[in-house]
Write a protein that binds this ligand. Structure first.
Ligand code: NAD
Length: 430
């Protein structure tokens, strides 16, 4: 057996060098020649600035002690504190958090928010945990991140399987540590503790603002377009109802348990009631055709909204996607191979770092309101969000047209250039 000392250092992969991270790096490398930034700055952008691994021990309801593995990665702090969600999922890893943190950096930069990117998560199956276990796990995770997160350092938000309640526990734990209420430590909180109106709807609403803007640029009416939405949670559920409000027809929707399809359009309210009561769409008794997740993605539609999880359209199924537009509400739902196939087939992909940026934008509004202790109303926030999303969309679209890029490449180039300009101006310490 080889001794550790015999293994060349360069063959030992870095801790975050796996799976999704490779997608994020490959995208960065593809964009760098177009972005044409200083090589030293490019090298800094290839690496997350901080990556933290913590063990989170809790008492389970059974009395047994269980340890969960958890992460927080901060990609770039040049523009301000880092910002990013916390996810509870059995597949969370340092690599996944590092990739998502990098994408958050580009996303914040594209939207011109004074933040860098971060992401964190706990490796667990949230559906198997009781409320009490979730609370103890969240509070201990927050405690373990003391000194890592902070209103001027790194501001968490909800992501997969975390919600307003999770953020309230994090806010309370941090506030108890510092001795006073600190609402600006997290975003996506309940309104009663400094949350912002419209934060809950912001990502899904932002997805539809981008889809609508794309339709305008293509000379299409959004009303009447047939849409399939993968994911029936915070992003997919809201995006589906926003689409219907604008006259589009949602024919298909899926959650972890499977998909439901109806040529005439789905009754979203009935599906939401059923899901709330039974935990999933699988056995919904209404007049729908039940499909697997994979089947639903391949059904004909005009707009396919991917709002569940990463790696859903791949080199294997991209050739069978029958949509005209793929809108990425989730982070990283289209692999690099799929991206190339979709581009070749003339399917427009609205990239995640632009399309799902509504959440972090209203999170930014929430943080600003918390810091100022002054709150805005719903119409004001919706209006400010639409302005920011449309401005970012137009800059991406115009760059794509000018430099003959896909919207994803254009978005990456824009984001990279914004961050590079800040690194250039600040220089390298010391
Ligand atoms: P969520 O937990 O509220 O919803 C996720 C949905 O996906 C659920 O309906 C779940 O059942 C479904 N799902 C899980 N596995 C699935 C599978 N294999 N096939 C089909 N559906 C499946 O999470 P969310 O906040 O809506 O996040 C969804 C995605 O959007 C994630 O990639 C997240 O990173 C991204 N995102 C979320 C926000 C936000 O503000 N919540 C912002 C930006 C990006």
């Amino acid at each position: 057996m080889a001794k550790a000392a015999d293994i060349p250092v360069e063959t030992t992969p870095l801790e975050w060098d796996a799976s999704l991270w490779r997608t994020a790096i490959a995208q960065l490398e593809q964009a760098l020649p177009v972005a044409s930034i200083d090589p030293g700055i490019a090298e800094r952008l290839r690496n997350p600035e901080h990556a933290v691994l913590v063990s989170v021990p809790i008492h389970m309801d059974s009395g047994e002690v269980k340890v969960f593995h958890a992460y927080r990665v901060q990609h770039s702090r040049v523009l301000g504190p880092t910002k990013g969600g916390v996810r509870y999922d059995p597949h969370v890893s340092l690599a996944e958090c590092a990739a998502l943190a990098m994408w958050m950096t580009w996303k914040c930069a594209i939207l011109r928010l004074p933040y860098g990117g971060a992401k964190g998560g706990i490796r667990c199956n949230p559906r198997e945990l009781s409320i009490g276990e979730l609370e103890r796990m969240t509070r201990r995770y927050t405690q373990e991140l003391r000194g890592v997160i902070g209103p001027q350092e790194d501001i968490p938000a909800p992501d997969m399987a975390t919600d307003e309640q999770t953020m309230a526990w994090m806010m309370d734990t941090y506030s108890m540590q510092v001795g006073h209420a600190t609402p600006e430590i997290v975003t996506g909180k309940p309104i009663s503790v400094g949350g912002s109106v419209f934060r809950h709807e912001a990502t899904g609403a932002g997805v539809v603002m981008v889809v609508e803007r794309a339709c305008q640029r293509l000379g299409w009416e959004l009303a009447g377009q047939r849409c399939i939405v993968q994911g029936f949670g915070k992003v997919g559920g809201i995006a589906a109802s926003e689409l219907v409000e604008r006259g589009a027809v949602v024919t298909g929707i899926a959650d972890y348990s499977g998909g439901a399809f109806s040529e005439e359009g789905l009754d979203l309210a009935a599906l939401a009631r059923w899901t709330a009561e039974h935990g999933g769409l699988a056995d919904f008794p209404g007049v729908v055709t039940h499909t697997t997740n994979a089947e639903l993605l391949e059904l004909p539609c005009d707009i396919l909204v991917l709002a569940a999880l990463e790696g859903q359209v791949t080199g294997v199924n991209a050739g069978r996607i029958q949509a005209r537009i793929v809108a990425e509400g989730a982070n990283g739902p289209t692999t690099i191979e799929a991206d190339a196939i979709l581009a070749e087939r003339g399917i427009l992909v609205l990239p995640d770092i632009l399309t799902n940026a509504g959440g972090v934008t209203v999170s930014y509004f929430e943080w600003v309101q918390d810091l100022g202790r002054l709150f805005w109303d719903r119409d004001d926030i919706r209006h400010r969000l639409a302005e920011k999303m449309c401005d970012a969309f137009d800059r991406v679209w115009d760059l794509a047209e000018r430099e003959r890029l896909t919207p994803r490449s254009a978005a990456l180039v824009l984001g990279i250039r914004e961050v590079a300009a800040a690194l250039e101006a600040r220089g390298l310490f010391p």
